[in-house]
Design a protein around this ligand. Structure first.
Ligand SMILES: [Zn+2]
Length: 464
């Protein structure tokens, strides 16, 4: 008889660095392999030696492709990991775009530090390289939804749709012969959203690891009416509508809504440009993975229609095409990354058009403290870009309610899918306030035994 344990190595008391180590006898499996992002003290942890004995690690099992769940993989590989990395087919295709993109960013940062000479290390080395990312992609082992697969003789896994981004999954583990059931929610999405299926509930868990990102929040109702209003007003003002948007999920959802609003004649037909090479490639992955489409998306694809294309629609993959957008006058919609205006091509559009009072900027997601997006949201009259102060005369709008994360009520809805309460529930992937609030809510409304996971702790989940 051996015991099974879980050790929380990331996304405990915070929302990035998702890593949970499951040990069964001599076998170890890592659930998610995420990068710490955001504040410097967190990012610094990416540079510590891997907190795992790589010789003992049998496999990595990913919930979805976001970098805070996958971005540490190339670092693991850099330190010698060569085992399998399981994920859904769409997660594999997104990782093929996102991991090299992330590694490229790491290389750029190291180069920048060397150029300006502000690194403690000489020369500054990247956290991981493109080569590490490419080697990681060789290890991906796609597995479809709803099919039990063996990770090692003591452990089997099944993925179910989580409705968060394309390919996102909840992970159900069966440990041992008379199985101990450990369920990891991954990041949970929302019901009745475009393109993706609703989160699928899970019937049974002995122990549950559940995300709590918005455990203390209820999202505002449907954002589509707000989107239509901003587009109409931007068109009346006669200038560009610039939408900084994340390449994965947010861009596709926006395009979907813009197409629908045009069809319903709720907005005028305007030229729409998607100016982000990554978003363009991701949109193609979104189109291709039909196993991740809901009924409406499937129907559109079966009709041969283009779900993400408005009437006057263009991608700008090359630099030349991007630069040409600068010459456009009159109402035009420009969707471009990054979502918080921290980098990417959107900066060029903002630098050019923020001083123009006819311009509208629409922020569609959470804007973290210290980002340009946040400064704009807070009403800054000037923002710094490319070494200059840029005057802001543009109107800035914030569209709330487009989150890809379940809110408190949606988390409860998913939790109510369990036929009996898990013996124990640990809340991960939440800031302390959110995790504490959700702990109270689950305790009060469901009567379960639940608490936030503590960073670094190891809990025994049973004997097998
Ligand atoms: Zn996510």
């Amino acid at each position: 008889m051996s015991t099974a344990t879980v050790r929380f190595l990331g996304a405990a008391g915070t929302v990035t660095g998702s890593k949970h180590l499951v040990t069964v006898g001599k076998h170890q499996v890592l659930l998610d392999c995420g990068l710490f992002q955001g504040p410097k003290d967190l990012r610094q942890r990416n540079w510590n030696p891997p907190p795992i004995d790589l010789d003992r690690l049998d496999a990595v099992v990913l919930s979805h492709a976001h970098i805070d769940h996958t971005g540490y993989l190339p670092v693991l590989v850099r330190h010698g990991y060569r085992g399998p990395v399981y994920c859904t087919p769409a997660t594999a295709d997104l990782a093929r775009l996102l991991l090299p993109d992330s590694a490229h960013l790491q290389e750029e940062q190291a180069e920048y530090a060397n150029y300006h000479g502000f690194s403690r290390h000489k020369p500054a080395l990247p956290l991981c390289t493109m080569e590490d990312a490419q080697a990681t992609l060789e290890l991906l082992q796609p597995r479809p939804y709803d099919e039990l697969f063996e990770v090692h003789p003591e452990l089997r896994v099944v993925y179910r749709p989580a409705g968060h981004i394309l390919g996102s999954a909840t992970v159900s583990l069966e440990i041992g012969d008379k199985p101990l059931r450990l369920v990891f929610s991954g990041d949970l999405g929302r019901w009745d959203r475009p393109v993706l299926p609703d989160p699928v509930t899970v019937a049974e868990a002995d122990v549950l690891l559940c995300e709590s990102t918005y455990g203390n929040r209820v999202h505002p109702p449907d954002p589509v009416e707000g989107l239509a209003r901003v587009v109409r007003e931007a068109a009346n003002r006669g200038g560009a509508l610039i939408i900084p948007a994340f390449a994965v999920g947010r861009t596709q959802e926006l395009l979907w809504h813009l197409r629908r609003l045009e069809e319903q004649r709720a907005i005028p037909v305007l030229p729409v440009y998607v100016d982000s090479p990554l978003a363009i490639e991701v949109t193609d992955v979104y189109r291709r993975h039909r196993e991740d489409h809901d009924e409406e998306m499937t129907a559109i694809m079966n009709d041969g229609a283009r779900p993400f294309a408005t009437r006057q629609f263009a991608f700008a993959p090359s630099r030349q095409e991007s630069i040409k957008i600068n010459d456009l006058v009159g109402p035009v919609i420009i969707v471009s990354a990054s979502g918080m205006a921290t980098g990417g091509r959107v900066l060029h559009h903002l630098a050019q058009r923020l001083p123009d009072a006819r311009t509208t900027v629409m922020l569609v997601g959470f804007q973290a403290q210290g980002t340009r997006g946040r400064s704009l949201q807070d009403g800054a009259r000037e923002v710094r870009m490319f070494g200059h102060e840029v005057t802001v005369r543009a109107r800035v709008e914030s569209l709330h309610g487009m989150s890809a994360h379940a809110d408190r009520e949606e988390l409860l809805r998913w939790l109510r899918g369990f036929e009996r309460p898990p013996h124990r529930t640990y809340l991960v992937h939440g800031e302390p306030n959110a995790a504490a609030a959700l702990t109270d809510t689950i305790g009060t409304k469901l009567g379960w035994t639940v608490r936030p996971a503590v960073d670094g702790e190891e809990v025994t989940i049973g004997a097998v």
